[in-house]
Write a protein that binds this ligand. Structure first.
Ligand code: ATP
Ligand code: MG
Length: 213
């Protein structure tokens, strides 16, 4: 493909990305929430958007199936970032990664005792690093969604998950017991494409950079 392919996921990242793309003169011709199409054109003949799962964005960009993408720091840390250039923190889709536990569970005391904790999460890489750095022994249980259920159902003592308002935790009687890191979404670029398609990509990256300032 001689033009530019941009990998985006539906939902909050897409919404918050539209103004940034617009600043670069790129306007998708369809709304992915309404359309079932996975490849969406734009006002520019040489720019298209592919709609993928949030966690698949780095993979599309890594292998060059997309030249650019936008992905959360959470997703990028789990992926590892191989083959990706990450020039910009877009400051969108902001939330934090935290440890949460049932309101009645004394997490701090369990850690002090050196108890072995069962932690359910989608973020195995980040969770492993976090607990290893603290010297806390954990059994990590991989889930793909609805982490909040795990402690309630007796699958885990605590979870590692993303939180923004905290209302989902609250609704499930969980409390944030530790913050791990702040999360926002980043622009990712295929490293080879950045060299081969520099004249096409550089103005888009520069316009997005201008828009976030
Ligand atoms: P899927 O819904 O396809 O399973 P997902 O849950 O990773 O994937 P989204 O919920 O759209 O997809 O989240 C996309 C990204 O938005 C996440 O990777 C994260 O960086 C960010 N994000 C997730 N939850 C929140 C939140 N509550 N507030 C703000 N940003 C969030
Ligand atoms: Mg989701």
């Amino acid at each position: 493909m001689t033009g530019i392919t941009i990998a985006l996921s539906k939902g909050r990242i897409f919404e918050e990305t539209l103004p940034l793309l617009a600043a670069a003169g790129i306007v998708p011709t369809e709304d992915p929430e309404k359309s079932r199409k996975l490849i969406i054109g734009t006002n520019r003949d040489d720019v298209r958007v592919v709609i993928v799962r949030a966690s698949d964005v780095p993979t599309y960009v890594q292998y060059g199936a997309a030249d650019l993408g936008i992905a959360g720091k959470d997703v990028l840390l789990e992926h590892g970032g191989v083959g990706l250039y990450q020039p910009l923190d877009l400051n969108i889709a902001k939330c934090r990664m935290c440890v949460a536990a049932p309101a009645g569970f004394d997490y701090a005391a369990a850690v002090r005792r050196g108890a072995r904790l069962r932690i359910a999460t989608k973020y195995i890489v980040v969770a492993r690093e976090h607990f290893a750095a603290k010297g806390v022994h954990v059994d990590l249980i991989k889930l793909y969604g609805s982490m909040e259920l795990a402690p309630l159902a007796g699958l885990a003592d605590a979870i590692v998950d993303l939180v923004s308002s905290g209302s989902t935790l609250k609704a499930n009687h969980l409390v944030e017991v530790e913050q791990i890191m702040n999360i926002s979404s980043r622009l990712v670029v295929n490293q080879a494409a950045l060299k081969m398609k520099r004249e096409l990509l550089q103005p888009v990256i520069a316009a997005i950079e201008g828009a976030i300032r």
